[in-house]
Design a protein around this ligand. Structure first.
Ligand code: F6R
Length: 623
């Protein structure tokens, strides 16, 4: 069990990013009411469409709608649905735009098998082809839809066996809930890499992707593990190994948290939960992107990459800081000139951008007004527009020529954490793809691909040092000013470190290119001033140590971020934050994590409202 508290009872050893919400009910009540009530408990996580299926007079009736649960309820108005078996879903689009058609539940050809799904089916394109060739009619653009059709194709009188056969064909991550009018006395669900919880009642049972969706009706649960399936009837729940069909013993887990705690997965704040979701968010963003010695990024046409004169990376705030890393990587690995620009500045400076240029817009929300305006400016001037965004169906997602999606899942805390690290991953993939197409160093590309594969585990190793960072935060939480310094990529990470601290703890923080200190800022360093010094770039190591020495000569206190095998670091540090060694070009993904934790714990020490800092909004839709 990792991290701080009970959240991990749900997901031993890791925190999953739940992108969509699942609920299901079987019992004596009207299923529709229970399903809608429970879906509403998952609304806080963000979604773009919602749907339900209830077995009514022997047939599943599906109603689904783009937009909010309230929109779904309006379209249910006047429909009589008294069925006692039902499932529901809130979708956060990953394959296909948010639309009524792509919303879940999805039926098979006969409409008799209905499925809701969280996660990603990696081999869905191949399965779609195969199913189409076999005569199945697929109606949506989703990966999910292959599942009911696979179940239909494998049905020989047992829904359970058909689900097992279908699941054996799936690659990727899934939490599945299946109902069918052929066997209307049960719900079948399966979990792999995406959470599912069974709620245990008296003469009724429930299923959900997340505990908050159950608490209104029950606190007794079974937490499914990977490769487990559950056959849920009114009277009971049988848990089995989906691969062998053998029964699996389960212990009842009784939830003791209140609803608010449960929404945060047991963490004190969404920000902390999201920091802990980073290993999974990084893993999901890499999923299906890495191949032997290279990367797969089919979204961007090869000729666009080959012919690119220059690249413009444009964004705001944290996303802009990701661009600073992206610029460095692209220039270093692919040798293409890159300008990193603040979106609010870009459009007002009559930018020299045009045909042959590639513009990369980075935005978690996909709705930031300045970034959207910059996109339009670049597009109107003839640039090829690539977006990196976390929200499918957002304005930036829709208006770009090509999109690389970060799969961080909904980010709720105002201070961005997992969106940033996944933006770094997406930008690294982009730089590698440019290098591949433009004849970059094969060995370097292959080494970085190997490094990327290990990143999720290494991020987890950094998270495991949380207690030390908490201690450090306690020590420095009453500082008035904090400086962050670094060179090269470390400077870009310093920029993000200072923003995190500033925005949630309200401490004055500044980031400087370490070599710049002596040109003015050094005047501010006096005894006891904390200076966070990032030292992860070997080719700049000696220069960095000289800059650190300048600070120490003024009795500033150095909190260094260094590799765990750096023997010399003790000599120049008052405090050390250790990260595991990796390729220095990938170090930003690791180095930023302790800075996020530092900001978080300093803010908690100071009694700040971490998830909703003063004066700030999650999505800035005004210029
Ligand atoms: C800071 C933060 C903001 C956003 C910025 C852009 O923690 O979250 O600086 O990065 O407002 O937002 P998006 O990425 O949604 O365009």
């Amino acid at each position: 069990m990792r991290g701080r508290n009970t959240a991990f009872i749900i997901l031993p050893g890791r925190t999953d990013v739940v992108m969509c919400g699942i609920v299901g009910y079987i019992g004596p009540r009207k299923a529709l009411r229970v399903v809608i009530d429970n879906l509403k408990k998952l609304e806080y996580r963000g979604y773009d469409s919602a749907g339900v299926a209830v077995v009514e007079n022997g047939r599943p009736v599906i109603v689904k709608k783009k937009g909010k649960i309230a929109d779904l309820e309006s379209s249910l108005d006047g429909q009589v649905m008294d069925g006692q078996l039902g499932i529901g879903h809130t979708r956060w689009a990953t394959h296909g735009v948010p639309s009524d058609r792509n919303a879940h539940p999805h039926p098979d050809c006969t409409g008799e098998v209905v499925v809701v799904h969280n996660g990603i089916i990696e081999n869905y394109a191949e399965l779609r082809r195969e199913l189409r060739e076999a005569g199945h009619k697929l109606a949506s653009e989703t990966d999910t839809e292959v599942i009911p059709h696979l179940i239909e194709a494998n049905y020989n009188g047992s829904l359970e066996e058909a689900v097992r056969a279908a699941v054996s064909r799936l690659e990727g991550a899934y939490a599945l809930v299946v109902i069918s009018s052929r066997e209307p006395d049960k719900i079948i669900c399966v979990r792999k890499d995406s959470p599912l919880v069974i709620g245990l009642g008296e003469g009724e049972n429930f299923v959900a992707s997340d505990i908050p969706a159950l608490l209104r009706y029950t606190r007794d649960t079974y937490i499914l593990d990977d490769h487990e399936m559950a056959v849920i009837t009114r009277e009971g729940v049988q848990v089995k190994d989906v691969r062998t069909g053998e029964a699996r013993p389960k212990e009842v887990f009784t939830v003791t948290w209140d609803a608010g705690q449960a929404e945060k997965g047991g963490y004190a704040h969404f920000m902390l939960k999201e920091i802990h979701e980073q290993p999974t968010a990084v893993r999901e963003t890499l999923r299906g992107r890495l191949k032997e010695g290279g990367v797969s990024l089919p979204e961007i046409p090869e000729e666009v990459i080959r012919d690119a004169r220059r690249v413009f990376m444009v964004a705001c705030g944290t996303a802009y800081h990701a661009c600073l890393v992206g610029k460095y990587l692209m220039e270093r690995i692919a040798r293409v000139p890159v300008e990193a620009d603040l979106a609010s500045e870009f459009r007002y400076r009559d930018p020299l951008i045009g045909p042959g240029d590639v513009m990369v817009l980075v935005s978690q929300s996909g709705e930031t007004a300045d970034t959207l305006a910059a996109l339009r400016e670049g597009r109107n001037r003839g640039a090829h527009v690539v977006a990196i965004t976390n929200v499918r169906g957002s304005s930036i997602d829709r208006e770009a020529d090509a999109v690389i999606h970060t799969l961080a899942g909904p980010e709720i805390a105002v201070a961005s954490t997992k969106a940033y690290t996944t933006q770094l991953v997406a930008l690294t993939l982009l730089a590698l793809r440019f290098a591949e197409v433009r004849g970059g160093d094969r060995e370097q590309i292959a080494a970085l691909v190997e490094g990327l594969k290990n990143l999720p585990e290494l991020v987890q190793e950094v998270l495991d040092t949380e207690d030390e960072i908490k201690e450090l935060a306690r020590k420095y939480s009453s500082s008035d000013d904090v400086f962050f310094i670094g060179r090269g990529l470390d400077y870009a990470v310093a920029m993000e470190g200072q923003l995190k601290l500033k925005e949630i703890s309200y401490i004055h923080a500044e980031a400087y290119a370490a070599g710049e200190l002596k040109h003015g800022t050094l005047a501010l360093i006096e005894a006891g001033v904390p200076v966070v010094a990032l030292v992860t770039q070997p080719d700049l190591y000696e220069k960095m140590v000289s800059n650190i020495t300048e600070v120490r000569a003024r009795q500033g206190r150095i909190i260094s971020v260094v590799y765990d095998d750096d023997e010399k670091a003790r000599e120049f540090s008052d405090e050390m934050i250790r990260i595991p060694r990796t390729d220095p070009l990938l170090a930003p993904v690791l180095a930023v994590v302790p800075l996020q934790l530092l900001a978080y714990y300093v803010a908690v020490e100071r009694g700040c409202e971490v998830d909703k800092p003063r004066n700030l909004a999650k999505s800035v839709t005004v210029e």
